[in-house]
Design a protein around this ligand. Structure first.
Ligand code: NDP
Length: 275
């Protein structure tokens, strides 16, 4: 029997998840269907209830429902607790297991696909929104030498750094952009949403150390202002979030189906050149 999965959001047309999971099902030989579900803004729980009643096995969750899914879940994984957001659910009778695979997807893309081990690296993380909340613990687990978290609203960076400290002894230094002075980093991650509106966080080019990696979480946008700044600073290792997208999907697929699909073909298919 075909097992049913879906991604739920509003809007949902833009979602690449059906394409990704259908490709994963093909390469692993799993008999699943994966659709898009548009839920009314005030109708998350009712829509998920209906999907489960019709035999649905699991869902990905996208904006604006990642917080609603936290409330809906009966069993929140530590990743979802720390992120305060859910991006994957698994249904088992009355139980709703919930995870957030964004952070682990980001780390896997950097370490595995981009061959950039994070152990001992100096990491600068820009932004203190949902993506950063999900990324912090998986990043810290890689034992970088230093993690600096910078946000436009500095109080949010302090809040997240204190939260991370409760789970991991490694100090996360929270700063404002103007406090960076002449600090330089081996890995600079743009987890702000600035690129979605073609904006650049107030960042100086000297943050990129020689040989550094500039990683943009937004994907499919080509050379964003952040990546352009890095390129102008002489950075040759540039990446966007397409690999992260594919890797978080592979984590969800493995969680649901017990087999982890290879992501290379999907990443290749979705990649927009960084020009
Ligand atoms: P949020 O809305 O939760 O957070 C946005 C963050 O960006 C805040 O810290 C905000 O600062 C900061 N910000 C926004 N505009 C600017 C600006 N002009 N200058 C400096 N800082 C700015 O967004 P998310 O965390 O959910 O998403 C962040 C990015 O990650 C998006 O580009 C999103 O598309 C991408 N993403 C990619 C994924 C993938 O799989 N590749 C998965 C999830 C997200 P302040 O607090 O001061 O408002």
């Amino acid at each position: 029997m075909t097992d049913r999965y879906a991604v739920i959001g509003n809007p949902i047309e833009q979602s690449k998840s059906p394409l990704i999971h259908t490709a994963f099902a093909q390469v692993t030989g799993h008999d699943i269907s994966y659709t898009k579900v548009l839920a009314p803004l005030d109708g998350f729980a009712d829509t998920v209830d209906a999907f489960r009643a019709a035999g649905g096995r699991g869902m990905n969750v996208t904006a604006p429902f990642k917080l609603d899914a936290c409330e809906y879940a009966t069993d929140l994984a530590p990743s979802a607790q720390m992120a305060g957001a859910v991006n994957a659910m698994k249904f088992d009778g009355d139980r709703v297991f919930a995870e957030n695979f964004d952070g682990v997807g980001l780390v896997r893309d950097m370490v595995h696909n981009l061959a950039r081990p994070l152990k001992g690296q100096r990491v600068l993380l820009l932004g203190a929104g949902g993506a950063t909340r999900g990324a912090l613990l998986p990043l810290l687990a890689q034992q970088p030498a230093q993690v600096v978290l910078v946000n436009r609203t500095v109080a949010k960076a302090h809040e997240l750094s204190a939260l991370a400290q409760r789970h991991n002894p490694l100090q996360v230094q929270a700063l404002g952009y103007e406090d960076l002075h002449d600090m330089a980093f081996d890995v600079v991650i743009n987890a702000t949403s600035a690129s979605l509106t073609a904006q650049l966080p107030p960042l100086k080019a000297q943050v990129f150390a020689p040989g550094s990696l500039a990683y943009e979480l937004a994907y499919g946008k080509g050379l964003t202002p952040f990546l352009k700044l890095a390129q102008q600073a002489g950075v040759t290792h540039l990446a966007d979030g397409v690999g992260m997208l594919a890797e978080q999907a592979a984590e969800a697929f493995a969680w649901w189906r017990g087999v982890r699909p290879d992501t290379a073909a999907v990443i290749h298919q979705l990649t927009v050149p960084l020009v």
